[in-house]
Structure formats: structure tokens, C-alpha cells
Design a protein around this ligand. Structure first.
Ligand code: NAD
Ligand code: UD1
Length: 310
């Protein structure tokens, strides 16, 4: 199959590109390199990169041309950025999604796999979060991701393509960029702990997340591209988490152990729009894909640290 990965120069996208190549697919990427840092890796893998904005119909059309399936990961992947710049993130995250959907249909692609987010549950604290739990978005980012699911459901229901939306919980692993002000907590903590710097916990550290290792995430996505996990009815929506809750304070300790240091910890103000608790119900994931993600936090941290050292 020929597969388009939007956001292919990003953290999760670059791992997905590698996995799809290993599965024998031909892969193209669409990325504007606004946060993606893996253009050189794509080049070394021989993957064509269409450099452009997912919300630009011409760039999306060029990227989707001749593709059988699309994995749509391009987005401004930051809750905070969406609060600071709701209009530009709306364009990347929602207009981009609809533009890519239109391009996928025009190209005759059969399937579109969409990176949604656990952020759609937002204020809903009925844990563990099941896919049919009410969505209560707390940020423009979450609202855009949820609206993207609804657009995808429309295309799916109308028979224009087969869709599958995945609500990623907190994904971590090698190549996650620690240097942006919006970087994921594990990449920031690992980077700082390895440099002997102190870790800043936003709030009291009692907030919890369901951290899932990137290789486990791309395994699910690659299998969905190949048609696994399909339902005959409405758009399938599936959580991608481990179903294991870890507080940010516990995470700080686990990071110290993985790096072999005892980092100093300072507590700063809580972040606006921050969800307090987030934990996946993985029943549907397990039913559709056979098992829940296997990599536990110490193993995933160790593997990530090994790539920092290498
Ligand atoms: P990332 O920032 O590394 O990757 C996003 C990629 O999209 C980048 O390469 C960026 O340059 C590109 N991009 C952004 N706007 C674009 C645009 N308008 N046109 C073309 N390319 C654009 O982030 P990531 O963590 O790899 O996230 C991938 C996807 O997964 C995103 O959709 C994100 O919202 C979603 N997600 C991530 C997490 C997580 O924990 N990392 C959790 C839930 C959902
Ligand atoms: C993350 C994703 C988002 C996704 C959501 C799904 C990133 C950058 N964002 O958002 O795309 O949709 O999960 O659940 O991966 N924290 C600290 N100190 C730091 C950094 C963060 O205490 O230095 C705290 C935050 O306040 C938050 C927690 O760690 O409570 C996780 O933050 P972060 O990694 O940014 O992810 P989310 O906001 O959960």
C-alpha cells in the first residue's frame, strides 16, 4: 500500500513512518516542520516529504495523490499553545483535518486513521475513561480534536472512506523534543534530569496521566492502517493508553531512577487548562487489537534514556 503520514516529521509520525516501511508499505509524509524535527531521518529512509501546510488544499492534494491510506497526525500537539493562539491552532488542527479528509477522498484513499486525544474527555473524571463517556473539552486543542472526530465520522458514515479515530493518552519515547515550551513532561524531565537540572512540577504533582510508549502506539496505528480493528457500524473510536495511572510526582521519581540521579524538584503554579486525572479504559483497545500496550513505564523510560546516551 502507499500510505500518507501527515505530521511524519514529528515525534509519533516518524516512528510510524519507520514501522510502515518495515511492514512493506510505500510511505510519503506531509509536514510543515513547524514542530517536526525528523526531516533528515525521512530523507535517510528515502521517504518523500511534501513540505507544506495540512490546511492548504493544494499541499494536501499533492501529498494524498495516489495514496491508499492516510494517517493524519499533523497538528499543533499542545494544549497550552491552543490556549495562547486558538485561531492558528484551529487552522492547523481542525481546518487541517478537514482539508486532509477532502484530499484523501479526492485521491480515492480507502482509509484514514486519525490522531485524536484523551484531551477530549477533559473535565470528565469518571475514571477509567471509556470511549462512550461524555466529552468535556477544557481547551481549544481538545475542542478541535473532538470536532475532527465528528468530521471523520461524517466521511465514514457517508461511505467516502473508512475512518478510525484513536484517542492517544500521554505518548512518550525516543525523539520527543524536550526543548519547546510545550514539550511533553517525560521528554522535559528526562532531558533535565540527565543534565543534572531540577525538575519543575506544575501544581502539587498529584495530577495523574496514563503514559504510553510510542512503539506501542504506532503498532496499533500500523495495524489499523492494514484494516484491523474495523467495525461495521459507526466510526470506531479507540483509546490508546495502558490503563495505568501515574502521578507527575511519581513520574519525577521514576525519571530519576531511569537516569540514575536524584533530581531536585520545585513546585510551580498549576498550568491553565490542565486536566487533573486522565486514565484510559482499554477494554475496546484490547477487544479490537488483541491486547493493551505492553511496555511498562520503567522499561519505556530505560529505552528512551538509552537513545539519549547513544
Ligand atoms: P509533534 O509536534 O512531534 O508532531 C506533529 C507534527 O505535525 C510535526 O512534525 C509538525 O511539524 C507537524 N505539523 C503541525 N502543524 C502542521 C500543519 N499545519 N501542516 C503540516 N504539518 C504540521 O507531536 P506528536 O506528539 O508526534 O503528535 C502527533 C499527533 O498525535 C498530533 O495530532 C497530536 O495532537 C496527537 N497526540 C499526541 C499526544 C502525545 O502525547 N504526544 C497525545 C495525544 C494526541
Ligand atoms: C498531552 C499531550 C497532548 C495530548 C494529551 C492527551 C504533549 C506535549 N501533549 O497533554 O498532545 O492531547 O496529552 O492526554 O505530549 N508538567 C509538569 N512539569 C513539566 C511539564 C509538564 O509538571 O515540566 C505536568 C503538566 O502540568 C501536566 C502533566 O505534566 O499536568 C502532563 O503534561 P504534558 O506532558 O504537557 O501533557 P498533557 O498536557 O497531558
Amino acid at each position: 500500500m502507499r500510505v500518507l503520514v501527515t505530521g511524519g516529521a514529528g515525534f509519533i509520525g516518524s516512528h510510524l513512518v519507520e514501522r510502515l516501511l518495515a511492514d512493506g508499505h510505500e510511505v510519503r509524509a506531509l509536514d510543515d516542520l513547524s514542530s517536526g524535527r525528523q526531516a533528515r531521518l525521512l530523507e535517510s529512509l528515502g521517504v518523500e516529504l511534501v513540505l507544506g501546510d495540512a490546511a492548504d488544499p493544494e499541499a494536501a492534494r499533492r501529498a494524498a495523490d495516489g495514496c491508499d491510506a492516510v494517517c493524519h497526525l499533523a497538528a499543533v500537539a499542545s494544549v497550552e499553545a491552543s490556549i495562547e493562539r486558538p485561531l492558528s491552532t484551529l487552522r492547523a488542527n481542525l481546518v487541517g483535518t478537514v482539508t486532509v479528509l477532502e484530499a484523501a477522498v479526492a485521491a480515492g484513499a480507502e482509509r484514514l486513521v486519525y490522531a485524536s486525544s484523551a484531551a477530549v474527555y477533559g473535565r470528565n473524571q469518571d475514571l477509567p475513561l471509556r470511549e462512550d463517556a461524555p466529552s468535556m473539552p477544557l481547551s481549544p486543542y481538545a475542542a478541535d480534536k473532538l470536532a475532527g472526530e465528528h468530521y471523520l465520522a461524517h466521511y465514514h458514515r457517508s461511505g467516502m472512506l473508512r475512518g478510525h479515530a484513536f484517542r492517544f493518552f500521554n505518548v512518550y519515547g525516543p525523539r520527543q523534543d524536550p526543548k519547546s515550551p510545550y514539550s511533553g513532561v517525560i521528554s522535559v524531565f528526562l532531558d533535565r534530569a540527565a543534565a543534572g537540572k531540577q525538575l519543575t512540577v506544575h501544581g502539587d504533582g498529584g495530577q495523574t496521566r496514563d503514559f504510553v510508549y510510542v512503539a506501542d502506539v504506532v503498532d496499533v496505528l500500523a495495524r489499523a492502517v492494514a484494516g484491523e480493528g474495523d467495525d461495521d457500524g459507526d466510526l470506531p473510536v479507540t483509546n490508546v493508553g495502558r490503563g495505568v495511572s501515574v502521578s507527575v510526582a511519581e513520574l519525577a521519581q521514576a525519571v530519576g531512577e531511569a537516569v540514575g540521579t536524584r533530581p531536585a524538584i520545585e513546585f510551580g503554579p498549576a498550568r491553565p487548562g490542565d486536566v487533573r486525572h486522565s486514565l484510559a479504559d482499554v477494554t475496546l483497545l484490547t477487544r479490537r487489537f488483541g491486547s493493551a500496550p505492553a511496555t511498562d513505564l520503567p522499561t519505556g523510560l530505560r529505552e528512551t534514556v538509552a537513545t539519549l546516551a547513544g
